[in-house]
Design a protein around this ligand. Structure first.
Ligand SMILES: [Zn+2]
Length: 120
């Protein structure tokens, strides 16, 4: 028996708690031909969030320009340097790209979870 594909639950807007609508890239970035085929979750207040490539799974929750900028700075200045140096800190050379990806993703998830816990 074939499984039904799971339907993605629309993410609630960070700012007004409204469920976002799925739109294509032309609705968010009308001048970016390279993003036309990508999907975004957009709220009526203008907040939006991208999706994982090839799916409609949101990358997070819809955010306005100020919050998107803050998230980008957080990743560039704090989160990315941590997961990018995780390989050096484990003390051995991972066997292949898959192991490297797992270590980096685990480090990133651990850091993001600790950050979420501290902000509550
Ligand atoms: Zn909103």
């Amino acid at each position: 028996m074939a499984r039904k594909p799971k339907k993605t639950v629309p993410p609630a807007c960070t700012h007004c708690d409204t469920p976002a609508q799925l739109v294509d890239g032309s609705q968010v970035y009308p001048h970016r031909q390279d993003l036309v085929a990508r999907l975004f979750w957009r709220c009526g207040c203008g907040a939006y969030v991208g999706t994982h490539k090839g799916s409609d799974r949101p990358l997070g929750t819809p955010a306005n320009a100020q919050l998107r900028d803050a998230r980008m700075k957080l990743h560039n200045q704090m989160v990315d340097p941590l997961w990018q140096t995780a390989i050096a800190s484990v003390g051995y050379r991972p066997e292949g790209a898959r192991a490297t990806t797992i270590i980096r993703n685990t480090a990133r998830a651990a850091y993001m979870n600790s950050w979420r816990g501290n902000s509550a």
